[in-house]
Design a protein around this ligand. Structure first.
Ligand code: ACO
Length: 330
């Protein structure tokens, strides 16, 4: 094959059944539906069942993506799971999923942690490995059970997060001019303290005391994260458009990380695009971290908002602080 375009062959997503509305939250902490909608645009989020782990959410999304792509599990030779809520610290969720799906034991399987930018980091990684010719078909998943690391008594964070999974099957095509056009990744490692889970790692292993203090929950400086999120997403979007000599108006659809409607609004204003050009489902799912972009991508495709020949811009930021953008031609 002379030309190696890396293309998304199919997508799938899965959201757990249980819906937690703002009304429900207002019975758990001192907040209101009005406040949450005004500050974040979120109306409800999904919460996984106690017996559902991240690999279970990933499994459903992956099955749907394989079906959509018309690809059998036996054809997959690379599995990448982007997550900050793996089933276990080890082994990787990718290995658990490989076995559940019946993917061959010759497939490479690993997890990737770039928080909410995970899907874009994973897309860059999977596409580079496919373009190298060493792999033929990749399954890339963003899956999270954030509800188990959210402090449900902290009204400043619990409104934001939800559970879910999104998946894409990626392959190689000899059709020139389609597929991944490029990516732009980065990270602001000096800002790790703005958004982190302080306990349970090697810095501060879990103890009865750390558990009592709630160190295994997400701690976030919301205002600071908000400002940085807008800045890095604007930069990531601007840089990738410039790099590929595209004008924002040539973008058919922008799929931003679904963290907060006000952040999405700010990016739309910066790019001078109407909000209708953005795919938004933060109202129904809240922030599902790594799962956010692939769920939105799948819903956008299902809703017919991506047509052949269109260019889609993905843009995200997340804990790290990581950020990234990607351009795809369909
Ligand atoms: N209900 C009612 N009042 C609240 C709530 C709530 N749920 N939460 C906070 N408040 C109060 C605060 O106590 C504060 O009161 P005060 O002025 O008396 O002190 C007031 O509302 C304003 O609080 P702020 O935190 O300043 O509110 P802000 O407008 O910044 O909105 C929010 C908070 C929605 C969390 C916002 O900062 C945000 O979205 N930040 C970005 C966070 C984000 O996107 N994180 C995801 C990162 S991605 C990843 O990798 C996981």
């Amino acid at each position: 094959m002379s030309h190696r375009s890396t293309v998304i062959l199919g997508t799938g997503s899965y959201a757990p059944k249980r819906v937690l509305t703002n009304e429900d939250l207002s019975r758990m902490v001192d907040t209101s539906d009005e406040w949450i909608r005004a500050r974040s645009g979120i109306r409800e989020r999904r919460i996984a069942a106690a017996e559902e782990a991240t690999s279970d959410l990933a499994f459903h999304a992956a099955q749907r993506a394989l079906k959509d792509a018309g690809v059998a599990a036996s054809e997959i030779d690379l599995v990448v799971v982007a997550t900050v809520t793996p089933d276990y610290p080890m082994p990787s969720t990718a290995c658990i999923l490989q076995h559940k799906l019946g993917i061959p034991t010759t497939a490479a399987c690993f997890d990737l942690n770039a928080a909410c930018s995970g899907f874009i980091y994973g897309l860059d990684t999977a596409c580079a490995l496919l373009a190298s010719g060493r792999y033929k078909k990749a399954l890339l998943i963003g899956a999270e059970k954030l509800s188990c690391i959210v402090d449900w008594s902290d009204r400043g964070t619990c409104l934001l997060f939800g559970d879910g999974a999104g998946a894409a099957v990626i392959g190689v095509s000899d059709r020139p001019g389609v597929g991944l056009i490029g990516t732009r990744l980065g990270a602001l490692g000096e800002d790790t303290d703005l958004l982190l889970v302080p306990g349970g790692g090697s810095r501060a292993p879990a103890t009865a005391d750390s558990f009592k203090k709630g160190d295994h929950f997400i701690k976030m400086k919301g205002k600071e994260v908000f400002k940085l999120a807008v800045r890095v997403m604007e930069e990531a979007a601007r840089d990738i458009l410039e790099q590929h000599h595209l004008d924002a108006h040539q973008i058919g659809l922008v799929i931003p990380h679904q963290a907060n409607l006000r952040i999405i609004d700010a990016i739309a204003k910066y790019l001078e695009l109407p909000i209708e050009r953005f795919f938004v489902n933060v109202d129904r799912y809240g922030n599902t971290s790594s799962a956010s972009i692939p769920i939105a991508l799948d819903e956008a495709r299902q809703a017919g908002r991506i047509r052949r020949g269109d260019v889609t811009l993905l843009v995200a930021f997340g804990a790290g602080l990581t950020y990234g953008s990607a351009l795809i031609r369909w």
